[in-house]
Design a protein around this ligand. Structure first.
Ligand code: NDP
Length: 253
């Protein structure tokens, strides 16, 4: 299906992991995708090459999020890339996927680590949406990647889970704000998803993580990307402000 032909999309943090799968999926649907990264420029170029070899269109935008001037830098590169390829800076789809994990105990959570988590995972998505308001088209789509940890207790991820709780608020309140423009905004919450991290090379660890899902396996990036592609499509026009559990039943208890 080419449900997104003629559309433009920004996927933050799409040099690898879930973001890469989202970028590839949106491009396969016909969207021109801005593949965003921070340090992984080569990886992002690889994503663009993979999309192009599949007949799609994409370009790299590099900007570190969570630092002063981050959103300005991101949109400078984004708007230049869009203008060169489409003649306009119109943006149809924004996927706030880039995020940093916590993985620190309560005792080891310093104010610096806490602030960094909030700067990348919360402040950046808010100001990306605020800045994108000038570019977003009628009927646009915003998808924010949350986490099952907003509903599944893990004392080693309190600060991280707090950031995702805040991310979910974006969908609730922006949904009302954006509805007059027929723009939808939703949260997608993955469970444990294979993202290329070394832990997924340890069979015993994978087996243990797999038990958390009702399906007895860990999620693949494509499992999440397919859900995002639906929300980005015209078929999802009547869904806004929603929390979508994409955890393979992890939250069923
Ligand atoms: P990865 O760690 O595999 O990839 C993270 C991506 O975000 C990379 O493209 C990275 O770019 C980018 N990124 C990280 N920090 C920054 C920054 N400061 N500025 C700009 N870009 C940055 O992530 P996952 O695929 O695992 O996760 C994607 C999203 O899904 C995140 O929001 C995460 O919280 C969420 N999630 C993941 C789960 C999982 O099990 N994997 C479970 C639940 C939620 P670069 O490489 O260039 O630095």
């Amino acid at each position: 299906m080419n449900r997104l032909t003629g559309k433009t999309a920004l996927v933050t943090g799409s040099s690898r992991g879930i973001g890469r799968a989202i970028a590839e999926r949106l491009a396969r649907e016909g969207a021109l995708v801005a593949v965003h990264c921070s340090t992984g420029v080569e990886a992002a170029e690889d994503v663009v090459a993979s999309i192009e070899s599949d007949g799609g269109r994409a370009f790299v935008v590099q900007a570190e999020l969570g630092v002063p001037g981050d959103v300005h830098e991101l949109f400078l590169a984004l708007e230049q890339g869009l203008k060169e390829r489409t003649g306009s800076t119109d943006l149809d789809i924004v996927v706030n996927n880039a995020g940093v994990m916590g993985g620190v105990s309560v005792e080891d959570t310093t104010q610096e680590k806490f602030d960094r988590l909030f700067a990348v995972n919360v402040r950046a998505p808010f100001f990306i949406i605020q800045r994108a308001l000038a570019n977003l088209t009628e009927g646009g789509r915003i998808v924010n990647i949350s986490s099952g940890l907003t509903r599944f207790a893990n004392p080693d991820e309190i600060a991280y889970a707090m950031t995702k709780g805040a991310v979910e608020q974006l969908a609730l309140h922006f949904a009302k704000y954006l509805a007059p423009r027929n723009i939808t905004i939703n949260s997608v919450a993955p469970g444990i998803t294979r993202n290329g991290s070394p832990v997924f090379d340890i069979p015993e660890a994978v087996e243990q993580m797999a038990q958390l899902s009702a399906f007895g396996r860990v999620g693949e990036p494509q499992d999440v990307a397919d859900v995002v592609a639906f929300l980005a499509s015209p078929d999802a026009r009547w869904v806004t402000g929603a929390f979508i559990d994409a955890s393979g039943g992890t939250l069923l208890g």
